[in-house]
Design a protein around this ligand. Structure first.
Ligand code: G
Ligand code: G
Ligand code: MN
Ligand code: NA
Length: 250
């Protein structure tokens, strides 16, 4: 079992690092960004997935430190990539309760020299669940800095559509459960069609997650989905392999 003290020690020993998964523009078949996905490189247990430590990090507040680590690493890494390639970083709802969030983002951009337009912050609707003024103010401030805001895991929560009205998101990420069922469930096709149509009418980029085969990609292309991400292109890989992924994929 993972414990808080293991995580504290791991932070000291620098065992956390973001991996990167490419996001491709569907119409041009070009990589437009990478999503940073945190990994814990444990000396005995090997690579530990975030689903096994993010909840503990959120309970203990360590997510604040971890979140800053990812933000700084992702901005620093992205600053070495071609100018037209962005980076997407996941933010926990807990990070929105931290009054220093704006300062951390500003610091990460300044220290890395990364242009704000190249940074995308992914939030889930649970961030907006309380729908507090403070959260919306923070989102608008980030937006005013030039950072883009994505609504992650779209379709898995309770009342997703109302969240689209509460904040002008730049991007909707369609949860991979809808993509994985495309071949077997007709209603999944209908849902993809509805969400890409919604994105088009609202002027919001749509990204399908969990794309694993060509049939899924072709269907997404037909429905006019803007971007695709998934094992079809690449698993998340360490920063040292980003150049290789760019060579192979565009
Ligand atoms: O990479 P993948 O299996 O393994 O990620 C699992 C989950 O962990 C996803 O829901 C993803 O959004 C989340 N996650 C990955 N990296 C981060 C991170 O840096 N911060 C937060 N808050 N969540 C992350
Ligand atoms: O929740 P979030 O979208 O931030 O996390 C993305 C998660 O999905 C990561 O755990 C990532 O490793 C995983 N993932 C990425 N591409 C695929 C895919 O094509 N298929 C499956 N099953 N999982 C994927
Ligand atoms: Mn995400
Ligand atoms: Na997601």
């Amino acid at each position: 079992r993972l414990l808080e003290m293991d995580m504290r020690a791991a932070l000291q020993r620098d065992e956390f690092q973001p991996y990167y998964q490419p996001i491709r523009d569907v119409a041009s078949d070009r990589v437009v960004a990478f999503e940073a996905l945190l990994r814990w490189n444990h000396p005995h247990r090997g690579l530990i997935s975030p689903i096994n430590f993010i909840p503990l990090a959120e309970e203990t507040g360590l997510i604040i430190q971890l979140g800053e680590l990812v933000l700084h690493a992702a901005c620093a890494d992205a600053a070495t990539w071609p100018d037209d390639i962005g980076v997407a970083v996941n933010l926990s709802p807990v990070q929105f309760k931290n009054p220093n969030l704006i300062t951390s983002v500003t610091d990460a951009l300044e220290r890395s020299g990364l242009a704000a337009r190249r940074l995308e912050l992914e939030i889930t609707e649970s961030v907006l669940l309380q729908n507090s003024e403070a959260t919306l103010t923070t989102l608008h401030e980030l937006r005013a800095m030039g950072v883009r805001i994505s609504l992650d895991d779209f379709g898995t929560g309770y009342s997703s559509l109302s969240y689209l009205r509460s904040f002008p998101f730049d991007k909707i990420k369609i949860d991979r459960s809808f993509v994985s069922e495309l071949a077997t469930r007709e209603d999944s096709v209908a849902i993809i069609r509805a969400v890409t149509g919604l994105g088009r009418s609202l002027g919001i980029v749509t990204t399908a997650e969990g794309v694993e085969n060509d049939a899924q990609l072709e269907l997404l292309r037909r429905e006019g989905c803007t971007q695709a991400q998934g094992f079809l292109f690449s698993k998340p890989r360490p920063a040292s392999e980003v150049a290789l992924m760019l060579e192979r994929l565009r």
